[in-house]
Design a protein around this ligand. Structure first.
Ligand code: PAF
Length: 285
């Protein structure tokens, strides 16, 4: 696996793979890779002949006071994991390679609708930063397909919408959330948790499972289910940010007769913001 830092080197390597008739798969990341990222690369390797991953901690998607500076940079360990997962080329650019004219004058991509509410409400500008960098990375790599984790459910919806709206010929593949044995969704930010917080953290997923269970039993009083689950989060020591039941396809607030639902939550545990979601398919009536 080669690691390149410049757009010129990236384009040359991808052009060579294309000239050999290879399909290009792409996995954009911010590094500090865990088994969730590895699964994305493995999926890309199953579906494409030449897999490109990127590691770029994108300043444009971090708000003031967020963890941009402390976000872990673990290049050597990441390179080993990527190689083992079947990656052929790692793009690891500096900020100046991605934003050569600075970020202030950078053209932005904003995806209305699905970017609003949920993390879009708690992290203003976040999805514009994600959509902008992903658009740039797509134009740089020009992949046939790209793989994103369902753990970032709203982000995946934003990427699907942007590819559709901007007519990009890229297949977007959602990959299932990878979880620790106790249910905690794998995340680069789990490393911020101390031992006590780490043992509390799976409560977030359990609060989603409790709602899912009730929904499957026929409960439809969404507000009551949400209140009870947020109480469960608070009792465990979380400061809830949001907990919502939405239509899993449109991400609009769930209607009483929706069958394809997703429960999404974000909550603060100490200084760490955790997110999770759970899709619930209800039998049609
Ligand atoms: O999910 C992430 O790691 C980032 O948001 C992404 C998609 C790599 C864009 O910076």
């Amino acid at each position: 696996m080669n690691t390149v830092k410049t757009l010129r080197e990236l384009r040359a390597a991808v052009a060579q793979a294309r000239a050999e008739g290879k399909q290009i798969g792409f996995v954009p990341t911010m590094g500090n890779l865990h088994a969730g990222h590895v699964s994305l690369v493995e999926i890309a390797a199953q579906r494409a002949d030449f897999v490109v991953a990127s590691i770029f901690v994108n300043p444009l998607q971090f708000g003031a006071g967020e963890d941009l500076d402390k976000y872990p940079r673990t290049l050597a360990a990441d390179q080993e994991k990527l190689l083992a997962a079947g990656c052929h080329l790692l793009f690891h650019p500096d900020v100046a390679e991605i934003y050569p004219h600075g970020m202030g004058d950078q053209t932005r991509v904003s995806v209305p609708g699905v970017s609003e509410g949920l993390c879009g409400a708690s992290r203003p500008g976040h999805f514009e930063g994600v959509a902008t960098v992903v658009t740039k990375l797509f134009n740089m790599v020009q992949p046939d397909l790209a793989v994103f984790g369902e753990k970032d459910y709203q982000q995946l919806a934003v990427i699907r919408a942007l590819v559709q709206d901007l007519n990009m010929p890229i297949q977007i593949i959602g990959a299932p959330t990878q979880r620790a044995e106790d249910g905690l969704a794998l995340s680069s930010r789990n490393g911020y948790l101390d031992a006590a917080q780490r043992s509390t953290a799976p409560t977030l997923y359990r609060s989603l499972q409790a709602i899912a269970e009730e929904l499957r039993r026929g409960a439809r009083d969404y507000a009551r289910l949400i209140d009870a689950a947020q109480e469960q989060q608070r009792a465990a020591g979380f400061v809830p940010d949001y907990l919502e039941i939405r239509n899993a396809v449109t991400l609009r607030p769930a209607q009483i007769d929706d069958r394809h639902l997703v429960i999404l939550t974000a909550a603060q545990l100490g200084g760490t913001r955790l997110i999770d979601n759970l899709v619930v398919e209800l039998p049609s009536q």
